[in-house]
Design a protein around this ligand. Structure first.
Ligand code: ATP
Length: 251
C-alpha cells in the first residue's frame, strides 16, 4: 500500500498509509477502535475504494480490479463479521470458498485439509452454519477463505468474542498456516496474541500508521499501551493531536 487515503463521505478513515507485506510474512495491524484497521483490509479487498494512493500486488496496481477479481488473484479476506452462510452446512460453506476454482479433485483434498486443520469442523461437517459456536464460525470463515488458495490471507480480529481457549485453537491454526508459508495480514486489538505469531507489526491510530517494528521491540517500548490507553507503562501521556484532515467537506 502506497500513500493510501480513504474517506467515508466526509469522514477521513485512512490517511497516507504505507504498509508492506512480503511473501510468506505474517504482518499485524494493531490499534484501538476506529483506528482504520478494518477499512484498510476492506480497501485491499476492493470493497472500499481509496481516494488516493495505490495498492500493488506482485508489482501490479490493483486499482482496476473489483473484489471478485482480487479474490481470483489470491487476495482473501475473513471479515470481522465472519459472514458464514447460516443455512448451509459446514461442508457447503467450505466449497463456496473454492467457487472460483475448477480443479475438483484438489478441492476435495483441500476440504480434507481444512478438517485436519480444524478437527472441530470435521465433527460438524453436516451441521448448518447457524448452529456453530462463535469459535467454530471463525474456524469455518478461515477455512472457507483458505479454500480459495489465497496468496494473501487477511484476517480481521479473529479472536473477537472468543473464549481464551478457543482463541488458542484459532491462533494455533494461524501459526500453522504461517509455518506452511501462507502470507498473512492480521488485524488484532489483542496485541499479545498477534505478537505471538507475527513477524512484524504496524501500530495504527486515528487513520494513520504511527509506528512499525518487530513485535519484541514494540512490546519493549510500550508502544501498544501508548495508543490503546493513551499512556505508556510509566504513565506518560501520548495523546494524539486532532488531525485537521480528519474532517473535511466532501467535494
Ligand atoms: P474496530 O477495531 O472498532 O473494528 P477499526 O480500526 O477497524 O476499528 P474502522 O472500522 O476501519 O476502524 O473505522 C475507521 C473509521 O471509519 C472510524 O472513524 C469509523 O467510524 C469510520 N467508518 C467505518 N466504516 C464506516 C462506514 N461504512 N461509513 C462511515 N464511516 C465509517
Amino acid at each position: 500500500m502506497e500513500n493510501l487515503t480513504v474517506n467515508y463521505g466526509a469522514v477521513r478513515a485512512l490517511t497516507q498509509i504505507g504498509v508492506t507485506v512480503e511473501q510468506g510474512e505474517c504482518v499485524a495491524l494493531i490499534g484501538p477502535n476506529g483506528a482504520g484497521k478494518s477499512t484498510l483490509l476492506l480497501t485491499v479487498a476492493g470493497v472500499v475504494p481509496p481516494r488516493e494512493g495505490r495498492i500493488l500486488a506482485d508489482g501490479g496496481d490493483l486499482a482496476s480490479f473489483g473484489p471478485e477479481q482480487r479474490l481470483g488473484k489470491g487476495i482473501s479476506l475473513v471479515p470481522e463479521t465472519r459472514d458464514i452462510f447460516k443455512k448451509l452446512t459446514v461442508h457447503e460453506n467450505l466449497l463456496i470458498g473454492a467457487s472460483l476454482r475448477n480443479d475438483h479433485a484438489e478441492i476435495t483434498e483441500d476440504a480434507d485439509r481444512m478438517y485436519t486443520l480444524f478437527p472441530r469442523l470435521a465433527e460438524r461437517r453436516q451441521h448448518t452454519g447457524g448452529f456453530l459456536s462463535g469459535g467454530e464460525q471463525q474456524m469455518l470463515a478461515i477455512g472457507r477463505a483458505l479454500m480459495a488458495r489465497p496468496q494473501l490471507l487477511m484476517l480481521d480480529e479473529p479472536s473477537l468474542g472468543l473464549a481464551p481457549v478457543v482463541t488458542d485453537a484459532v491462533y494455533e491454526a494461524i501459526a500453522g498456516l504461517k509455518r506452511s508459508g501462507v502470507t498473512i495480514l492480521l488485524v488484532e486489538q489483542n496485541a499479545e496474541r498477534a505478537f505471538g505469531v507475527c513477524d512484524r507489526a504496524y501500530i495504527m491510530n486515528a487513520g494513520r500508521v504511527v509506528q512499525e517494528g518487530l513485535p519484541a521491540e514494540l512490546a519493549r517500548q510500550g508502544s501498544v499501551e501508548a495508543v490503546m490507553f493513551g499512556h505508556d507503562r510509566h504513565g506518560h501521556s501520548s495523546a494524539v493531536a486532532p488531525d485537521p484532515d480528519e474532517l473535511e467537506t466532501n467535494q
